[in-house]
Design a protein. Structure first.
Length: 342
């Protein structure tokens, strides 16, 4: 391969989270990246892969979700990692154990994969991760890679999570009924202004019910209209810690790419852009399929993807802003890790 081709053929490691509502837009966006010349290594957990196989969506030893894209010449590779629990473990029944593994065990398996792919040809040179992962900024910095946070939901929802500390400070979010520490104590929490770390203490708080008017970019919203996380009786302190850590990591992202439409959420996107680079890149879905057929990434869809206006084409903006830094080496790997990648 010529040197000029090496400069433009970036290799993105794209790690989703093991939930179908996150997997689908991530997979569709991965195809859009590949259609624009990126090599994409797409990662799911072993358990989620087997779950999809059991549903008939994919064979246990195959990755048909990208078959059409690959037939069009796109370079999309697939990897699976362990989340630290046996595949047979019932994650739906034992949610707390699953979130413990997601928080504490999965990151080490992703790190092992990253070490391997830094030796690939070409090596990975950018990390894209679902925002809800709890490790991406930490590992991206460790290996000297740019980190792109991929948010699968509307920008409004991102803004609410991102400013959850305001909801706590103003009294609109406390401890949902049923939040109990393993010691048996009911829990309330406060949040560090400088991060999304949560600190628990005994007691319980009542939450305000009046209209919320202080989230940047959100003129007003009723407490009852907040995302279900803020109301769910199934929410646990483990879930809160996971969400808190994920958004703490998101603060370290070089870009946030959101699966939304600019024109529909211009105000909240504008407010978020005051915090960090935040771009609308949606909606991320494949073309409609004919009756009885699955969606296919054919020539017409790829042509459409390649002609999308700049404000809807994250790859164009990403190339214009990130590619020079990648090519010039201003995102170098750390000295301790570069030797391992060579």
């Amino acid at each position: 391969m010529a040197d000029s081709e090496r400069v433009t053929k970036h290799h993105a490691l794209f790690v989703t989270v093991p939930f179908q509502g996150h997997f689908t837009p991530a997979a569709n966006f991965a195809v859009k990246l590949a259609a624009r010349g990126f090599i994409v290594t797409f990662v799911t957990t072993e358990a989620f892969h087997h779950q999809r196989a059991a549903s008939g969506a994919v064979s246990v030893d195959g990755h048909e979700v990208f078959a059409d894209a690959r037939s069009m010449g796109m370079d999309i590779r697939s990897e699976i990692v362990s989340d630290g629990l046996p595949v047979s473990f019932d994650r739906a029944l034992h949610r707390d154990q699953f979130f413990d593994a997601f928080y504490h065990l999965l990151p080490s398996h992703v790190e092992e994969l990253m070490r391997k792919l830094l030796l690939a040809e070409p090596p990975i040179d950018v990390l894209i991760s679902d925002t809800f992962n709890v490790w991406p900024s930490t590992l991206a910095k460790k290996f000297g890679l740019p980190y792109i946070s991929f948010w699968t939901e509307p920008a409004l929802v991102f803004a609410i999570y991102y400013h959850v500390h305001l909801l706590v400070e103003k009294g609109h979010f406390g401890s949902p009924t049923g939040w109990i520490h393993p010691s048996g104590r009911p829990l309330t929490f406060v949040m560090d202004r400088s991060s999304f770390s949560c600190f628990f203490h005994g007691g319980r708080t009542e939450t305000r019910k009046d209209t919320i008017r202080y989230i940047p970019g959100v003129p007003s919203i009723e407490p009852a209209d907040l995302v279900s996380f803020f109301h769910s009786p199934k929410a646990s302190w483990r879930v809160l810690m996971t969400v808190g850590k994920a958004f703490d990591e998101a603060k370290g992202a070089d870009f946030v790419l959101c699966n939304t439409v600019q024109e529909l959420e211009a105000e909240v996107i504008g407010a978020l852009q005051q915090e960090r680079p935040f771009y609308a890149v949606g909606p991320s879905f494949p073309p409609p399929a004919k009756a009885g057929q699955r969606p296919a990434y054919g020539p017409s869809w790829i042509a459409l993807s390649g002609s999308t206006p700049c404000r809807r084409a994250p790859c164009s903006r990403f190339r214009s802003e990130a590619s020079p830094r990648l090519a010039s080496g201003t995102w170098p790997r750390s000295p301790t890790e570069s030797s391992a990648a060579n």
